[in-house]
Design a protein around this ligand. Sequence first.
Ligand code: SAH
Length: 374
Amino acid sequence: MHRREILDWLRVEDERRLNELWRRADEVRRLHVGDEVHLRGLIEFSNHCVRRCAYCGLRAENRRIARYRMTADEILDCARQAVAYGYGTVVLQSGEDPGTQADWLADVVRRIKAETPLAVTLSLGEREDDELALWRKAGADRYLLRFETSNRRLYEQIHPPRPGRRSDRFAILRRLRELGYEVGSGVMIGIPGQTCDDLAEDIDTFRRLRLDMIGVGPYIAHPDTPLGQQRQDRPPETHAGPAVRPGNIASVLAADTAVTHEQVAGTELMTYKTIALARIVCPQANIPSTTALATLNRANGRELGLSRGANVIMPNLTPPRYRCLYQIYPAKACLYETAAECDACLKHRLRAMGRKVGTGRGDSPGHRPITTIP
Ligand code: SAH
């Protein structure tokens, strides 16, 4: 599917036409990755963060949250729980936390790999090449790093780099691929200043990167962040530079191309469209129906994601006392549930929709490591 067609779909509102998109995405999903839904146990092991991303509640300057770091033993307990629930993967996620020392994490990965059959996915933000190599060598299988938006200018506005450094997530994604990780990325949908044209380019970028995993979800305003504080009708005010009104970005870009540049709506519908299009451009990718989507529609957001292209769910294994402190955005779904409640609820939902609970690690069928482990 070409970029132009992607853009056209993003603008379709007519339900009958959209049914055609859902049917096509569901068919591609069934043909390429089957009816199994893989469950990835999510362990949010640290909410410390040195970055100042304009949208994220974990940002360093947010003094309103208490910070925590789980111990290695606590993480291992969660991993054992994942095995008990029959999950094939654990995802270790955190803020960008230099307090998570590379050797310590390598040891945690080695312990999980030695004690369990689990695949290990890391999602720790932008880390150094040698750290990524060390963790791969310790046995980590996959790495998730969303590029958040392919619009370089918007990216820079909402991601102030650390002093003296550059933030180049595409370079890190290339490095991860060289190291033999399964590589996952994705974007937020409805970032203030993001246009439909940008989102079409994001989806086309998934295709070019030949991603093994694609995670997308709606942007949800967090009141304790610069982006969340601004009123909808006001320009973004970030620490990265002068305020830019979505309309201004649009008019700058309009000079380059004739297409109109309307703001992307951070809605459920736009999220389903993005999931469906991601499935069509990357047929073999593992695509989760994300918590952010379930947050917008608690009744059946996850199910609709799964019937419009997604094939993965990430039940939360983080102990409840920490979970409520990992607020990247407010009112996250499943915030106060225990791992056991999350597990039972999700499996019930899958059975009710006639899908199978995945067995095994649920590796991406398209993944071919191109180098051996260094
Ligand atoms: N520190 C890691 C993990 C971040 S949390 C990293 O930087 O990769 C995982 C994802 O949550 C982010 O990639 C981002 O896309 C999403 N996220 C953060 N804040 C959000 C918000 N306010 N609304 C919706 N999604 C958000």
